[in-house]
Write a protein that binds this ligand. Structure first.
Ligand code: AMP
Length: 612
């Protein structure tokens, strides 16, 4: 099987063109031979893991061929392997899912029972992730030349991590990657030359990390050719941070010192290697930041920037207008598609419009299958993912090279780390092919109704949260007759808004503090990724309840029916996105209330914390 060329410098010299050519050649090869590569990947995974308990339990009996695999192994969701995962997390070292030792768990932003899912991983997966990263810049360099001549200003962060009861680390995939030698000890490469020193990225205090990365980015502003973060929400948070803190940053640039709030000695030392007193630059930054309008601030402060590297596909598309405003319409580049389960693919046409982004799945990353999705009027038919596929659906699963243009599919993955026919939960649409490998538009995450950052709230979670909150209204004989929700990204950070229509029978009006209690109860009831975003990462703002005039939801129905919805089948949408509908709701708001404090959140799964 072809391997991506290594990224290290050869003979001390970095031959950019030569290396890029090799990597592009690798992409040609694996996409041309996509089916053969997939077959080999599956055979390799099954051979390596022939004796693991999970495959034996299902009677695979050491077979490594596609046909037997497809006949014998079920497509599964997290719940199907949760008891296996719990055993591993509790310290069972036997070969349950994978013959290689599980090195850590990656905590997915997808949840199960309100807690993050734990994805098993093995040491060698780090190399596979590095391999996918190594494809990005050679692809990019075909469209934007000479990027090796400057730096990337990327705001990258680690998040808190914990240990399972059995002692394995449990942390998000990017935290794992940034802390690994693959990132920390990367060999000199002009494409991974970032303005942020490693120490600033690896600082666990998010304020110090952001402050020091912004300071270093400003100090090296002329060298910056591209800027970015992982998700659009993170990049916008960085700009917001600058809006709040530029006077301190300018003071530091002028004096060549670092604010006392930055106490981490390794961060201070790393920043001091870059920082020099520069009154001229401080004057310039101050002049730009004190202007009334922040339109185009990115191009003003980092004038050589060619593009913004952030994911704006999926729910992140809600941030496109804000990014356009801050950057005066610089290209928004979505380079890759990945998850805790597996890294999937890259965008081979990175300068395309966000709405046209298509990811080419790289056939060496894992074994991919696809379940056709049938949608009704643009809405997936069921609100919750069925627990298991029936036999007919199971037979409908198709291989990577057999998907059809225009058709939508749910992605199913088999990984080297011990997931077999695992339903990732993403819906993709085939946009075209690169040789024999399909390219997919990211359509949505199944069932997710609300998302601001990496949080993913589904309709059932929202429903339960509202159910818990409305108990506060009972003493006032008040009831929520209808509700819907909206992810408001006009505030930074964005926040969840719930529109409530009430029926109040009691004579005492409901005091504002009771609605605030409702806001907090909803937040306390949402999953741990949401609560972490609120309480620890501060990437989500306080939840808001807006009460609306009575009759508002009838108007909403009239509107939908005018647009062609059937009266018989009309159901109040539990989340709205379409601007005229949001406007309609906002025009009938009577009062609004915010959550008065952050919901509770502690690292690690609830059940582990109860053990202590
Ligand atoms: P996590 O497992 O927490 O890393 O989240 C992975 C999920 O994030 C994927 O399954 C997708 O739903 C979403 N995601 C990752 N990359 C992209 C992308 N390029 N565009 C849209 N959604 C993405």
């Amino acid at each position: 099987m072809p391997e991506a060329p290594k990224t290290s410098a050869e003979n001390g010299h970095f031959v950019v063109d030569e290396k890029n050519k090799k990597i592009l050649q690798f992409i040609e090869e694996v996409t041309t031979n996509a089916d053969e590569v997939q077959q080999k990947v599956l055979a390799e995974i099954l051979a390596q893991n022939a004796h693991v308990e999970y495959l034996q339990r299902h009677g695979l009996n050491g077979h490594t061929d596609r046909e037997t695999f497809k006949k014998v192994m079920p497509a599964i969701t997290y719940e199907d392997i949760q008891s296996d995962i719990t055993r591993i997390a509790n310290g069972d070292k036997s070969q349950i899912l994978c013959s290689q030792p599980i090195s850590e768990f990656l905590t997915s932003s997808g949840t199960s029972g309100g807690e993050r899912k734990l994805m098993p991983t093995i040491e060698e997966e780090l190399a596979r992730r590095s391999q996918l990263y190594s494809l990005l810049m050679p692809v990019m360099s075909q469209f934007v030349p000479e990027l090796e001549k400057g730096k990337g200003m990327y705001f990258l962060f680690i998040k808190s991590e914990t240990k399972t009861p059995g002692g394995l680390p449990a942390r998000p995939v990017l935290t794992s990657y940034y802390k690994s030698p693959h990132f920390k000890n990367r060999s000199p490469d002009p494409y991974t030359n970032y303005t942020s020193p490693n120490e600033t990225i690896l600082c666990s205090d998010s304020y110090q990390s952001m402050y020091s990365q912004m300071l270093c980015g400003l100090c090296q502003n002329k060298e910056v050719l591209r800027v970015g973060a992982v998700f659009a929400s993170g990049f916008i948070r960085a700009i917001r941070f600058l809006e709040k803190h530029w006077p301190f940053l300018c003071h530091d640039i002028r004096a060549g010192t670092i604010n006392n709030q930055i106490t981490d000695p390794s961060v201070r030392e790393a920043v001091m290697k870059i920082l020099k007193p520069d009154p001229k630059l401080a004057d310039f930054v101050e002049a730009e930041c004190s202007k009334d309008s922040w339109q185009g601030i990115i191009t003003r402060l980092w004038s050589n920037t060619k593009y913004i590297d952030v994911i704006v596909t999926g729910t992140m598309s809600q941030y496109i207008p804000t990014l356009d405003y801050y950057s005066n319409g610089l290209p928004l580049v979505c380079t890759m598609y990945a998850s805790s389960e597996c890294y999937f693919g890259v965008n081979l046409n990175p300068l395309c419009k966000p709405s046209e982004v298509a990811y080419t799945l790289i056939p060496t990353m894992g074994y991919f299958e696809f379940l056709p999705v049938h949608r009704n009027n643009g809405v997936t038919s069921s609100i919750s993912m069925p627990k298991s596929l029936n036999e007919k659906e199971q037979q409908e699963l198709v291989d990577l090279v057999d998907v059809k243009i225009g058709q939508e599919y749910e992605l199913i993955v088999t990984t080297y780390a011990g997931l077999y026919r695992y339903r990732v939960g993403d819906v993709l649409r085939v946009a075209g092919f690169k040789n024999n490998a399909p390219q997919f538009n990211f359509i949505c995450r199944k069932n997710v109704v609300l998302s601001i950052d990496s949080d993913k709230t589904d309709e059932v979670e929202l429903q339960n949260a509202v159910k818990n909150a409305v108990t506060h209204l009972m003493p006032f004989d008040a009831h929520v007759t209808e509700y819907t929700s909206y992810a408001d990204t006009t505030t930074i950070p964005g926040h969840y808004v719930l529109f409530w229509e009430l029926n109040v029978n009691g004579s005492t009006p409901v005091p504002p503090s009771v609605f605030e209690d409702c806001c907090l109860t909803i937040e306390e009831s949402l999953n741990s990724v949401y609560r972490q975003g609120r309480a620890s990462d501060k990437s989500i703002g306080p939840l808001e309840i807006k009460t609306v005039e009575s009759g508002t939801f009838d108007k909403l129905m009239d509107y939908a029916i005018n647009l062609g919805a059937s009266i018989n089948q009309y159901k109040t949408p539990r989340c709205v996105k379409f601007a005229p509908i949001v406007e309609l709701l906002n025009s009938r708001v009577v009062s609004n209330y915010f959550s008065p404090k952050c919901p509770k959140w502690v690292p690690g799964l609830k059940q582990w914390n109860n053990m202590n």
